[in-house]
Design a binder for this molecule. Structure first.
Ligand code: PMP
Length: 394
């Protein structure tokens, strides 16, 4: 059958990431490739109790259709946390519950992007966001970054070159894939630049609360007084990704349009999940739970960085994340990290090559390593195997 797919469906033979994750999924392989939270930290018992209570108290309502914008109690809890943990004052009318940040990115792109419109992103950036933007025919332009996040001079230059740009997409905290965090000064500056050029900032913050060292930096949204920033967050990394719940915070006019777009995508996010998470937040201390995640990830990140420093060849550089789940590595000498990936697989270890994270020009020799879902002995042995494979190629 010739299915005559739309242009939005990518060439399935080019699914590099699917191929990488398939290979990395072999149980013999120690995989630093995925981006999964540690399942042993999921609060299974507390969620179970919350679910039981929901069925007892709200069974019929929780199984019914609900409003697109989302559960009131959940939005109230989020609004409160936005204020206490994110220094963003917002009303529940400015919050829409989504089916995870992936849906938020998709709906915002659908709302904002006509074919050929420009979206500016960090170089490198979250590869699934790149896939979304490309599926709507956006021209995605990369902005250089350093250890302190996106470079504001480079952003301003690109906005001058692409004066009709629609969006700046950024992951300011413990970025996926680099683990880098944008400084407060740059966040403030980004709002000024975006306002000057009349372009929306799409702030993606799934890792922000998983900070295990350094000082908290307020989100870009904190510096926004005119509705320039659309802020996205998710319960995936702080609670459980299987609940498929996230949220956006934006100007009321933006939320109104977003709700209409969401309505035609899925009517509303899972009502039962929303009830359970709202109940969980009422009965438990989510901050305490997040602290336990951060404590554990700190141990794993520290261990992986120490092993990299000790075992990888001289000249290899890496980021020093203060939170989140990823380390970005740079090997000298123009090593093709796709080739390195296949060599590592021969040694039963995997990571994600840098290539798919770049919107345009690829910086060779770069790749991402995940530490959140790995135990100490796997980190030690996996890094040792990678060191052997890297040495063979340098
Ligand atoms: N944005 C970034 C930067 C991510 O890393 C992820 C998850 N890997 C998402 C969005 C999507 O998260 P969710 O589970 O909320 O859809």
């Amino acid at each position: 059958m010739n299915f005559k797919f739309s242009k939005r469906v990518p060439n399935l033979d080019d699914d590099v990431v699917g191929e990488i994750l398939k290979v990395a999924g072999d149980p013999e392989i120690i995989s630093f490739a995925g981006g999964l939270p540690a399942p042993e930290l999921f609060p299974v018992e507390a969620m179970h109790q919350a679910a039981d209570k929901v069925f007892e108290k709200y069974g019929k309502d929780a199984l019914q259709y609900t409003a697109t914008i989302g559960n009131v109690k959940l939005r109230e809890s989020i609004s409160h946390r936005m204020q206490t943990n994110k220094f963003v004052h917002t009303s529940i009318d400015n919050i829409c519950i989504t089916t995870g940040s992936e849906q938020s990115i998709d709906l915002v792109a659908k709302m904002m992007v006509n074919e050929g419109d420009v979206i500016l992103v960090e170089k490198p950036t979250y590869l699934c966001a790149l896939d979304v933007f490309k599926s709507y025919g956006a021209k995605v332009v990369g902005i250089d970054m350093d250890e302190d996040g996106m470079l504001m001079d480079a952003l301003e230059a690109k906005l001058t070159e692409y004066s009709e740009a629609k969006l700046i997409y950024t992951i300011p905290n413990f970025q996926n894939p680099t683990g880098r965090t944008m400084t407060a000064d740059r966040r403030q500056k980004m709002v000024e630049i975006a306002e000057k050029h009349n372009v929306v900032i799409l702030e993606d913050d799934p890792y922000g609360e998983i900070r295990y060292s350094g000082e908290v930096v307020p989100p870009i949204k904190h510096y926004d007084e005119n509705g320039t920033v659309v802020y996205m967050n998710t319960f995936s990394k702080i609670l459980a990704p299987g609940m498929r719940l996230g949220w956006i915070v934006a100007d009321k006019d933006f939320i109104d349009a977003f709700v209409v777009m969401k309505q035609s995508a899925d009517l509303h996010s899972d009502n039962l999940s929303q009830y359970i998470v709202a109940q969980y937040m009422e009965d438990n201390d989510l901050d305490k739970h997040i602290q336990s995640i951060s404590d554990e990830y700190k141990k794993r990140a520290t261990m992986m960085l120490k092993e990299i420093d000790e075992q990888f060849p001289k000249g290899v550089k890496h980021s020093n994340p203060e939170g989140g789940m990823f380390i970005w590595v740079e090997v000298p000498g123009n090593v093709n990290t796709m080739d390195l990936f296949y060599n590592c697989v021969k040694h039963n270890v995997a990571f994600v090559p840098g290539e798919p994270f770049y919107p345009d020009e690829v910086i060779p020799g770069t790749f991402r390593m995940n530490f959140s879902n790995m135990k100490d002995d796997q980190i030690h042995e996996g890094v040792r195997r990678m060191a052997v494979a890297i040495n063979e190629m340098m």
